[in-house]
Design a protein around this ligand. Sequence first.
Ligand SMILES: Nc1ncnc2c1ncn2[C@@H]1O[C@H](COP(=O)(O)OP(=O)(O)OP(=O)(O)O)[C@@H](O)[C@H]1O
Ligand SMILES: [Mg+2]
Length: 359
Amino acid sequence: MDVKPFTFGYAELRTATNDFDSSNKLGEGGFGPVYMGTLEDGRVIAVKQLSVTSHQGKSQFVAEIATISAVQHRNLVKLYGCCIEGEKRLLVYEYLENKSLDQALYGKKSLNLNWPTRFDICLGIARGLTYLHEESRLRIVHRDVKSSNILLDSDLIPKISDFGLAKLYDDKKTHISTRVAGTIGYLAPEYAMRGHLTEKTDVYAFGVVALEIVSGRPNSDSSLGEEGAFLLDLAWDLHEKDREIELVDSKLSEFDAEEVRRTIGVAFLCTQTSPVARPSMSRVVAMLSGDTDVSTEVSRPGYLVDWKFNDVSTLMSQIEQGTTDPTLYDSCSSTSIVADAMPSQRERQTHPMLQDNGE
Ligand SMILES: Nc1ncnc2c1ncn2[C@@H]1O[C@H](COP(=O)(O)OP(=O)(O)OP(=O)(O)O)[C@@H](O)[C@H]1O
Ligand SMILES: [Mg+2]
């Protein structure tokens, strides 16, 4: 692609963020800190400082950014451009006033989202993912779908962020990735264990996010004891007793029980152990909106029953060594991981977007 993305000068971004003042810091994820800023033309931006130095050359980086900024949809965060100066790499995004969905649902300043808003958010995320998987010119697997990567604008419209940060791939390339990049708790089992990456990896993570939206709690919460620590586990316990409505966030005084059941049913389908049993995102949209019935042929994922939950570092080190053992899978952290699934190519690198595809 020879389209040049918009590039910002470092001085311009420094001015916009008041010299990256800590009061402007929005948060920090796996790739570096994010600052809020205002450009001279008045646009409010979020600047992500990529803290890891890239192995990728300048032109390759610019090409990646051009590709990502061309992918636009109502439910995707807009990437305005980037900044490259020396070793420095920064990404400039539109600023989303209501921050991320995790904060809105269960952060210190939660937004007390009502049910219709939550349901619309769920549908919006599903539409954004449908676009990435099935409608955009390039097929894009996000790889790190989670509530902190869903941002809400001033009208509470959800926008998926960080989508271009994952490796882009097209049909001709292998669907087996050599690298696991995602967040524990949202990771589909086949991806966590074997590095097998397809759109269905995102579908799985979407199912987890949908349960968080219904319940208003994170996918894992060790303070809730063994019984309720894992959201998917809890949801299945309730479902098997025909009490799934109890999963609904206690902050919600009113909700449409039929929509809640539909959403939980879709979440179960999305988190089926076998990727082929999971629906496509366009089917998810159809099911959520009531155009297609939600199949009730779901089974409780085996790993919820069989796996022992252990400390997160065990899983992480195993993934790094390529020796992940399903009996040690842990979903009790929201740690972001970027690690190889294949030991032969174990060199730990920076960021999915910044690496050579190696194919
Ligand atoms: N465009 C934006 N507008 C408003 N807030 C943002 C924006 N981008 C990021 N943030 C805030 O900054 C925080 C950190 O974002 P960042 O993407 O670095 O980390 P993360 O999403 O928690 O993890 P990951 O690195 O895996 O994406 C987010 O949780 C969000 O609250
Ligand atoms: Mg993010």
